[in-house]
Design a protein around this ligand. Structure first.
Ligand SMILES: [Zn+2]
Ligand SMILES: [Zn+2]
Length: 219
């Protein structure tokens, strides 16, 4: 048959047709397929993030005694965040990345930093947190269990975000997946940079559409 170019095109088109579509996600309550952007809930007992359809998210959020909490998708770059080097040193974070949320059951802040084996808990004293919150009242507005202060002080970065907890766990997962050897390797640092580049641009977008309620995440 003549026309190897045509044939070549056809093969690549065929490949396009047979390659599996991006896996459809399903609501973990009713099993219905869900859009790429969908609500996330957190299961308080194990800090597991659960994908839901909007209906089930509403039902669980309204249900008394539900073990789940809806994760709000407010993302804010805290431009005027104030932390001294001594305050940062008190966090004792080897990787210069940390997220801190308020644990409603334990009634205290929990600081987690991502590592090769997953998120590691840091000893963050209530006193250190109170002192930080005194200088940064936004910390008193964090919704317990579902919102975190996310700190990025890697390399030259000095970034502070009010971030949904699922995004923080996603960062921890990304680091666990890509970490190699003792220092992490180039791949993990490229991924960390990409993660924060995306966060930065989303936060800038959220700034310009101020007040818009975005209660849907992806992933
Ligand atoms: Zn559902
Ligand atoms: Zn999801």
């Amino acid at each position: 048959m003549p026309g190897s170019t045509v044939s070549g095109n056809w093969v690549s088109r065929l490949r396009h047709f047979v390659s599996p579509p991006a896996a459809l996600e399903h609501c973990q309550f009713c099993q219905a397929p869900i859009a790429a952007k969908h609500p996330h809930l957190i299961e308080l007992s194990n800090r597991g993030v659960v994908c839901a359809c909007p209906d089930c998210a509403d039902i669980e959020t309204a249900r008394r005694g539900s073990p789940y909490r809806l994760i709000p998708q407010n993302l804010l770059l805290l431009r005027d965040f104030a932390i001294s080097d001594a305050q940062w040193a008190a966090f004792q974070i080897p990787i210069d990345l940390v997220f801190v949320f308020l644990d409603s059951a334990a009634r205290r802040p929990v600081a987690l930093y991502p590592g090769a084996a997953g998120a590691i808990q840091s000893a963050l004293g209530l006193e250190a947190w109170s002192e930080l919150a005194a200088g940064n009242p936004v910390l008193n507005q964090l919704a317990p269990d579902v919102e975190a202060l996310l700190v990025n002080r890697t390399k030259e970065s000095r970034e502070y975000y009010r971030a949904p907890i699922d995004r923080c766990f996603a960062l921890a997962g990304l680091i666990r997946t890509h970490w190699r050897g003792l220092s992490g390797g180039n791949a993990v640092w490229d991924n960390i940079e990409r993660y924060f580049a995306r966060l930065r641009s989303e936060a800038a977008g959220a700034d310009s559409s101020a007040g818009a309620d975005r209660a849907a995440g992806d992933g």
